[in-house]
Ligand binder design. Structure first.
Ligand code: UD1
Length: 365
């Protein structure tokens, strides 16, 4: 019985890796499920894609739709056309999508229209901010999903409230955390660390790539200034996403304590986070990793789809106003940051739970 596993953009790769490994392990034991890994090509750079496959031991994709860059509508359309061709030639029993990127949405729509069942990993999370493309992707994908694999009780409640049945919702934990825990002993110090004279626990890590933060040069410049000042005498390591790089090029000189580096491979990036004094970010996934590693995290967004990182974890929602950063950093430098705990089922075993459920749903029904 064949399952398509869809991956398209960087935050998908750490979510599919443990599912593939769990399927491979079951196959060795005589399990009935087989997979076909479909890479849409939404992210295609070595640093945004290939490095993750190598480091996370993800096998070569069986199919690459090679859509490349474009507007979201253009990417969605191309993925749909190319994935439809594949499905018409050889339909799987299930299309499994993860996360909330353009590829997630495009493949869920295409599969559903051809009568292929859809499973969504990381289903049910909501920021409530419909101006985020990811929120549109979450809502539409979930509206077409047959089986929901969730990371939190808040996600379960969101799905129940939307009218989905209890028998469709499976609270399994977090595959992104499976990957983190599986790789904790393999994390690698990046080469630039010594070159920049950085010292463990005496630097910040920053990532910014959301359109709201980086697409307007003046706002971005103010935010970067606030981060640099707020960090006091500590260096700020900033791995730059390709989208952010475009705006940065136009900004001119940057504060002296801000060090721009290339997008980091998985093992290097998480080494940096694990050993940081704190992280300042507008990412969602990173707030989960900082929570599990117990590293303080300041999120430069007004909403989050991952409230457990705030209620249970080390994350604080600072907002998008640069002036809000200073008081949060006061708390941090005063040593008063909350300690945080680990959300339920973020224990490294989500993927094996998913495979167990899929066997029951697809084979023993
Ligand atoms: C996408 C996801 C976002 C995720 C982010 C992480 C959607 C709607 N958004 O946003 O949820 O947090 O990835 O990386 O899917 N580019 C490259 N090389 C690449 C890929 C992209 O240079 O390998 C360039 C593109 O040409 C484009 C920019 O980066 O100019 C943005 O890429 P895109 O995939 O469109 O969206 P992201 O902003 O990365």
């Amino acid at each position: 019985m064949l399952i398509d596993i869809i991956a398209g953009a960087r935050p998908n790769f750490m979510k599919i890796a443990p599912i593939i490994h769990a399927l491979q392990a079951r196959t060795k034991e005589g399990g009935p499920l087989r997979y076909r890994l479909v890479h849409t090509g939404q992210h295609y750079d070595t640093r945004m894609s290939h490095d993750f496959f190598v480091q996370l031991r993800i096998p070569q994709p069986d199919v690459n739709l090679e859509v490349g860059s474009g507007s979201q509508a253009a990417q969605t359309g191309s993925i749909m056309v190319r994935y439809e061709e594949l499905l018409l030639k050889s339909p799987p029993a299930l299309c499994l999508v993860v996360g909330d990127v353009t590829s997630t949405l495009a493949c869920a729509i295409t599969a559903k229209k051809l009568g292929v069942a859809v499973a969504h990993v990381e289903a049910g999370i909501r920021s409530g901010d419909i101006t985020m493309p990811e929120e549109v992707n979450r809502i539409v994908t979930d509206s077409l999903t047959d089986w929901f694999f969730t990371t939190s009780d808040v996600a379960n409640a969101n799905l129940r409230r939307a009218g989905f049945g209890e028998e469709q919702i499976f609270f399994v934990g977090n595959t992104m955390i499976d990957t983190l825990l599986a790789n904790m002993d393999r994390l690698e110090r990046p080469a630039f660390f010594a070159e920049l004279d950085l010292v463990p626990h005496r630097y910040f890590v920053t990532t910014l790539h959301r359109p709201a933060n980086v697409d307007r040069g003046d706002g971005f410049s103010q935010m970067l200034g606030a981060i640099a000042r707020g960090a006091r005498d500590l260096p700020v390591v900033f791995p730059v996403h390709p989208r952010t790089a475009k705006t940065l090029r136009a900004l001119g000189e940057l504060p002296a304590n801000v060090h721009l580096v290339e997008p980091q491979p998985y093992l290097q990036f998480n080494w940096l986070v694990k050993n940081a004094f704190a992280v300042i970010t507008d990412s969602g996934g990173i707030t989960e990793e900082t929570t599990v590693m117990g590293v303080p995290c300041l999120t430069l967004r007004d909403t989050t789809e991952r409230p457990e990182t705030i209620d249970i974890g080390t994350n604080v929602l600072v907002g998008t106003n640069p002036e809000a950063l200073a008081p949060a950093l006061e708390t941090l430098f005063a040593g008063d940051w909350k300690r945080g705990g680990i959300p339920p089922l973020w224990d490294g075993r989500a993927a094996s739970r998913i495979v167990e459920v899929l066997e029951q749903l697809l084979v023993q029904k």
